[in-house]
Design a protein around this ligand. Structure first.
Ligand code: ADP
Ligand code: ZN
Ligand code: MG
Length: 494
């Protein structure tokens, strides 16, 4: 009754305000699993990286992966969290075939990190998203339904690949601070960028290394939180955005019809753009958490944390600011480069070289090279255009050997493995003609186009383009257009 009245007010009021909170699961970039020495792998033959610990054999004892703790704390520091002095692993009990122990080792009331935030740029300005907590846990194994995967042979049915079981995970929970689906997507992208940039997770979504649950509600007219629903397990941020938009619409429809939103877990189907209920809160799990008796609490010594903090790689925000001040880049260019650690590292190697203008280098790396990389779906570390070769190409332009247009052609050829920049220039005859030779060509063009030359002499700027075009034609494009223009003007006004 109370609720219905509030809804009435909301309907007549200034509209509806959505509130979103996100929960992320990210695989931690360790070589081995969370509590055993099995390798973390992707796409290997099923059930080839298992042992009594990750298969949950009775009596097998877990040992905490120290590197996973380190990387988890680093992520917490990057998210401005408080690092706990002490963290406790807990058993989260539930029964599912992909969980051989019958419980997941997680953290409950004493996680490693709490109380942080992340500043997320959105089209409506920067949104500060609170980080409630970050805790460590292990991933479950993977159910494989035959027919969906060619790797598992045999007849129909479900099978389990335990290779993933025990993979180190961090769960990151945000406060309900996110105002829109678009801001939710930006938050997710920002987090992904941050985790990747400090090397704590590769966040390859196709490998399931980063997954997101999205919680959403419509505020009550008095501003208090409404009942939330949860969209589970989304592995694409585009779908997070679309799913949330759809779910907000649905909740508003329910409220408009005088109903109430019931707390439930939903699945968003991008194919149909519909949400389906997976379970209502009545069927919510009671996980019966209790402290894991086989593991000691983690003692996170403040000296150890300070040492980790001092060894943290530069965060994207700091790097962006440095690129602006150190290399004179625009905020935009600095942002593009700083959002991709590998690209940023590459850029810095190019920008630092002798004879390279850092602003030119930013354009060559983030526009010209990047477009080849995008087309080939390739990372900057895989291309044949090494930083040294990129420097070579840029210097060819800066010392006047080739025109910009020719240099772009050289880049394309280096990219497709046709040789070193200087070789390509020579082989393809791309060098622009030198000063004297160019002067000669300009003289020829002027004498064979007397009418146009006279008009230029009389101040008609428009025909210069025609004369430059003639120079380019005679030199088959190997002249520097700007230089040719200067020479024409010099000769005709002098
Ligand atoms: P639960 O107990 O259902 O797991 P939590 O309080 O742990 O709920 O919150 C889980 C996630 O849901 C967090 O990301 C949090 O920000 C978000 N959340 C909590 N309440 C709301 C709400 N009313 N609307 C939207 N998101 C919410
Ligand atoms: Zn194992
Ligand atoms: Mg929760």
């Amino acid at each position: 009754m109370e609720k219905t009245e509030k809804v009435e007010t909301a309907r007549e009021g200034q509209g509806y305000t959505a509130v979103i909170g996100l929960e992320f699961h990210a695989h931690i970039a360790t070589r081995t699993k969370m509590f055993c020495g099995c390798r973390v792998t992707y796409g290997d033959e099923p059930n080839t990286h298992t042992c009594p610990v990750c298969l949950g054999h009775p009596g097998a004892l877990p040992v905490t992966n120290e590197r996973a703790v380190e990387l988890g704390v680093m992520a917490g520091l990057a998210l401005n969290c408080r690092v706990a002095d002490r963290a406790v692993f807990a058993r989260k009990n539930y029964f599912y075939p992909d969980l051989p122990k019958g419980y997941q080792i997680s953290q409950y009331d004493e996680p490693i990190c709490t109380g942080g935030h992340m500043d997320v740029p959105t089209s409506d300005g920067t949104v500060r998203v609170g980080i409630t907590r970050l805790h460590l846990e292990e991933d479950a194994a993977k159910n494989v339904h035959t027919g969906e995967s060619g790797r598992m042979h045999g007849s129909t049915g479900s099978r389990i690949d335990y290779n993933r079981g025990g993979t180190p995970l961090m769960e990151i929970v945000t406060e309900p601070d996110i105002p829109s689906p678009e801001a939710a997507r930006a938050t997710a992208n920002n987090l992904k960028e941050l985790l990747q940039s400090i090397g704590v997770s590769e966040c390859d979504m196709e490998k399931g290394q980063l997954r997101c649950d999205a919680n959403v509600s419509i505020r009550n007219p008095d501003g208090s939180y409404g009942t939330k629903t949860e969209l589970k397990n989304m592995n694409s941020f585009r779908f997070v955005e679309r799913g949330l938009a759809r779910e907000i619409e649905r909740q508003i429809e329910v409220l408009e019809d005088g109903g109430t939103v019931s707390q439930s877990t939903l699945h968003y189907d991008p194919e149909t753009d519909e949400v389906h209920e997976l379970r209502t809160k009545e069927f919510a799990h009671d996980y019966r958490y209790f402290p894991e008796p086989d593991l000691m609490p983690l003692a996170l010594d403040s000296g150890w944390v300070a040492d980790l903090e001092s060894r943290m790689p530069e965060l994207p925000d700091a790097m962006r600011a440095r690129f602006v001040s150190e290399y004179g880049l625009s905020e935009y260019d600095a942002g593009v480069l700083a959002s991709d650690r590998a690209l940023a590292r590459y850029y810095e190697r190019v920008a630092a070289a002798d004879g390279v203008d850092p602003k030119q280098a930013a354009n060559w790396v983030s526009v010209e090279l990047q477009s080849y990389l995008n087309d080939a779906d390739m990372g900057v570390e895989e291309t044949r255009v090494t930083p040294e070769r990129m420097v070579g190409i840029i210097c060819l332009v800066e010392d006047g050997t080739v025109s910009r247009a020719a240099a772009k052609e050289v880049l394309g050829k280096v990219f497709s493995g046709e040789g070193e920049p200087s070789e390509i220039v020579e082989r393809e005859g791309l060098a622009q003609i030198g000063g004297d030779e160019l002067g000669g060509v300009v003289d020829e063009v002027i004498s064979s186009n007397p009418e146009e030359a006279e008009r230029v002499e009389n101040g008609d700027q428009k025909v210069i383009g025609f004369l430059v075009g003639q120079v380019m034609k005679r030199t088959r494009g190997s002249a520097d257009g700007g230089r040719a223009r200067e020479l024409i003007l010099e000769k005709l006004s002098g």
